[in-house]
Design a protein around this ligand. Structure first.
Ligand SMILES: O=C(O)CCC(=O)C(=O)O
Ligand SMILES: [Fe+2]
Length: 333
């Protein structure tokens, strides 16, 4: 992996990820009857004898897993959840500091329809890197927002570093190989109101993440589903856990050993959902390609090298993360 960093300008080049997701016939809410079991590997980071093997296996088979006993204090998690709940319940978020051209943060209340399906979600997105420069750009209402979310992100940084190091070791890559490329975090928090007719809506359409990995804290809410063998599988809710999923960039670096999987959010008639997703992304100048150590005569490179910025730009052009991944695929097997 070649890494080109421009220490001074890198952060300011980062733009917010656009709202764009694939929508195919299988995503239609009326196909909800295919979503059946609640099964996702749960990995105990404190007690598990071999967390590295479990993480690798889960990332290969599912592209998704949950971690418990991960070391992030419960209070920091619950404070983050409650400050976001407060944010989403404020009558006018725009009045709290939204400036359209300020790249600090963006709040959207998706009231759009795509292929006849309503998107049923409010979203708050902002940059988190470097943390000390970003914090003051975030919403300042509720007044404790910046302090609480900065504390949360410090913990998420530690946890994502730890998980990436375990993945590195599991893949046989040198320590730090992935953390070198994972310095840019974007926080994307979602509120999905209850919906009078869930058959007409989705919270988020089926998509894959362009990140290396994504860490989601979903409190006690449900609604997140991932695709496995043609079926939508519910991600159950486990108290104080994080849902971790493999993004496109890690699929590429691992030369396809780890999988980036389609996922979506369904809505509920009587339940709301709040989720806090942190995308751990490469910097825009980073060139992402299969790790040399994982490419050989028997296992040739399956993806073309691509600068992360170009990858994201292609995504903008296609309006679709999955197409962007296909664009760099050399071979499917
Ligand atoms: O957990 C959620 O609500 C959806 C998170 C997600 O898939 C995303 O933000 O990309
Ligand atoms: Fe996602």
């Amino acid at each position: 992996m070649e890494i080109k960093k421009d220490k001074d300008s890198r952060w300011f080049d980062v733009e917010l990820v656009p709202e764009s997701y694939i929508f195919s016939p299988t995503d239609r809410p009326q196909n909800l009857d295919v979503a059946i079991c609640d099964s996702i590997p749960v990995i105990d980071l404190a007690k598990h004898i071999q967390p590295i093997e479990s993480i690798l296996k889960a990332s290969q088979e599912f592209g998704f897993f949950q971690v418990i006993n991960h070391g992030v204090p419960e209070k920091i998690m619950s404070d983050a959840m409650s400050v976001l709940k407060e944010f989403f319940h404020m009558p006018s978020k725009e009045a709290t500091g939204y400036v359209p051209h300020n790249k600090g943060w963006i709040y959207t209340n998706n009231d759009c329809t795509k292929d006849g399906v309503h998107i049923w979600r409010e979203n708050l997105k902002h940059l988190c890197h470097p943390l000390d420069k970003c914090t003051k750009l975030w919403p300042n209402k509720p007044t404790r927002y910046q302090e609480v979310i900065a504390a949360y992100l410090l913990e998420i940084n530690k946890l994502s570093f730890r998980i990436l190091e375990m993945i590195c070791e599991g893949l046989g890559l040198e320590p730090g190989y992935l953390s070198d490329t994972s310095e840019v975090q974007i926080l994307s928090s979602n509120f999905y109101p209850s919906c009078p007719d869930p058959s007409l809506t989705l919270g988020i359409l089926a998509h894959q993440d362009t990140s290396l990995i994504t860490l989601v804290y979903q409190g006690d809410s449900t609604g997140l589903q991932f695709l496995k063998d043609g079926q939508w599988i519910n991600v159950g809710s486990i108290p104080n856990s994080f849902v971790v999923n493999i993004g496109n960039q890690l699929e590429i670096v691992s030369n396809g050993k780890l999988r980036s999987i389609d996922h979506r959010v369904v809505t509920s008639k009587d339940k709301t959902r709040i989720s806090i997703a942190t995308f751990v992304n490469p910097s825009y100048d980073c060139i992402i390609e299969p790790a040399k150590a994982l490419v050989n005569k028997n296992e040739p490179s399956r993806y073309k090298a691509s600068r992360y910025k170009e990858y994201v730009d292609r995504n903008k052009a296609f309006g679709d993360y999955t197409v962007a991944l296909r664009d760099v695929v050399i071979s499917e097997s």
